[in-house]
Design a protein around this ligand. Sequence first.
Ligand SMILES: Nc1ncnc2c1ncn2[C@@H]1O[C@H](COP(=O)(O)OP(=O)(O)O)[C@@H](O)[C@H]1O
Ligand SMILES: [Mg+2]
Length: 373
Amino acid sequence: MANLSDKDILIALQEVRDPQSGKDLVSNNMVKDLQVDGGRVQFTLEFKNPNFAHKEAVQKGAENAIRAIQGVESVAIQSRVNDPLRVIPSATQPAPAPPPRPQPAKMAPKAKYTIAVASGKGGVGKTTVSVNLAVSLAQTGAKVGLLDADIYGPNVPIMMGVNKKLQTRNNRIAPLRQYDVDMVSVGFIAQGDAAIIWRGPLVGRMIQQFLSDVDWGDLDYLIIDMPPGTGDAQLTLTQSVPLTGSVIVCTPQEVALADARKGINMFKKVEVPILGVVENMSYFVAPDTGTHYDIFGQGGGKAMAKKLDVPFLGEVPLEQATREGGDNGKPIVVSTPDSPVAIAFRNITESLIANLTKENGDSGLLKRVFKIN
Ligand SMILES: Nc1ncnc2c1ncn2[C@@H]1O[C@H](COP(=O)(O)OP(=O)(O)O)[C@@H](O)[C@H]1O
Ligand SMILES: [Mg+2]
């Protein structure tokens, strides 16, 4: 009989990476209750975010690494979320039934990639980025959903040019479609400009309903326009949705950058990967002369991303047509696809796809091409 030690197992698990933290499973202190008995190996993987999208993949990776060790006869891996009550049984081993608790992950729509677009503060262009990103992704032929989670400032309806109310279809909420993007927003429920005063818990419930009760179908991407800021409501939201990653929007001004830093730290805290930083209103191109003006200084977003070791997706210039497109419900990638901002948005979308490909090893993504050039 093989005489394996704990050390043999830990060495193997050091080769398995946790994509959330970028560290291996052992350094990230995720391997708990390891027991090795002859050729039988048993342990628990402890995750920090209850809705981490790649839990099963990590567990499978760990299992494969152990099975590759000579002398291993059986592997039983349990996983838990920093919470001993909630034990999720591994596919390879029957475990005691978990207590009946609501599991937000199950409420989520079927999206291959769920991406939160966030900013430390409002007015930096978060919705503009969400909308143009969603439409650009749809222009690659992907199925795209857009969830307006900004309950207090639901601007997706205006920027996408949809002024309708949500209807139900087969007892579920049917999203509204525009520019090949399926959308939901409280703006499709509330009347007129009436200020919507939601209390904290209601906000969470509303978002959960948007995830669980909307007939999204099978999506490639679900883009979530997050409420601005980095408070408790935002933090809770990041934990109640199985996020693939986040995109942080900032402007070049020092204050906006400081706020963006807070946003990045919020996602780091819950170990949601940062897919990249977008610097909006980076510079102004005079429409008559084409002269490039750095109104707020230059390269701040890129430098911050480098310093915080997160990817930089690109700069979006300030352009009047972009604001007008927002007001008129025609995102710039639709209204003026060859403008500098539209080109910037398509480049950003390509960089985002490249980063997703890198994070998730999905070569299928690269095959998608823009229908417009
Ligand atoms: N690159 C840009 N050029 C010109 N106007 C922009 C640009 N990005 C955003 N805007 C305008 O700035 C305002 C705020 O943008 P918005 O996307 O609503 O920000 P947020 O969602 O962060 O509050 C909107 O009127 C929008 O049209
Ligand atoms: Mg907004």
